[in-house]
Design a protein around this ligand. Sequence first.
Ligand code: PMP
Length: 407
Amino acid sequence: MKSPYRQDFPALSRQIDGQVISYLDNAATTLKPRTVIRAVTQYYENNGANIHRGKHRLSEEASDAYENARTTIARYIGAAANEVVLLRNTTEALNLVAGGLELEQGARIVGTLDAHHSQILPWRRAGQLELTRTDARGRLDREHFRQLLRTRPQVVVLTHCSNVTGVIHPVEELIAEVRAAGDATIVLDSAQYLPHGRVNVHALGADFMAFSMHKMLGPSGVGCLFGRSELLAGLRPANLGGGMVDWVDLAGSVDRRVPYRFEAGTPDIASVIGSAAAIDYLDGLDARHWHEHAGHLCSALVGGALEASGVRLIGPPDVRDRTALVSLRLDEGVPTGDVARMLSDSYGIMVRSGHMCSQPLVTELAGDQILRVAAYLYNDVAEIENFYAALSELLSWMAPRTRTGAA
Ligand code: PMP
């Protein structure tokens, strides 16, 4: 049965060489529903003015829509509007925190092996980063995590959900362990979790939480950083300039209040306004139906991976505590990128190949590049079955050729 949500996504009515497309690259970014596209185009068609500066009608309308969007996003995660900084993406949000906290020289920072490069690189620059090991299936080694907490880190940065294994970590428990072990600042990368599950960020207890609207039906160009008010107040802004100051004279300047002092320059106004439409769409879903639907997608993905020949599932074989995402290691010598291209060009199926910007984990678990299949609410089980059938067909003629070294 087709997903009831599919009709809301105009890109899915596209065909490639006469084939209806299957978009299974949702962990990279999701497609946009008509309501989001409409919100973006309406801003450009009816307004198009800058925010926060003008006193004229168009600027005031644009500013209101922008600030209403901030409130909508904040409410979705149980935060106040002034606790949400609007940036470009999760990467920018994590960089802002890593570069903006007052850390000691060589500060100890604890992360997890399944961290995205957007965590590893900024935190490695900020201090001495150590990553918690995982088991062979990508589940955190909790004893190693506890050991690392005993080194008294100043920051603990947690991946809420891995973009390689789809594993959702028990962040409530991890946060409780961090709090019991010391006074580290806790930074949560929820880029892969929030598209699939709701949080109340205060109940969760993280100090900072980063996520990207483009991975949850919103337009590209909007990343959000939640920060507890007292911590945001002490964070150094990454960018200085217009929009983040109240006053400038020849001797100095006075910053605007939080969150504006982290938002220098003209933002992506249309995309922020479109983000509110994305949240409205997610909010309007029947949560129970969506959850059940996601469960079916997840079972089909994991079940297919366990049955398929010529592939190995990277990540746990169970379907609990994970999102509808699987990563697959293809048999030695089968060029993953070529498979992804042929799936697209011959079958209309879009999946991702490579290291997924999580190279340390992918190298550890797979030793080489992987193929990632990530479903979302507009996908259906038949598409996943078609994917495995297409993969099997491709591998049946590619594998023997690559094994004998033929081109
Ligand atoms: N963290 C995780 C877990 C991700 O999956 C991604 C995107 N693949 C990012 C961070 C970076 O997100 P963005 O590209 O929107 O900055």
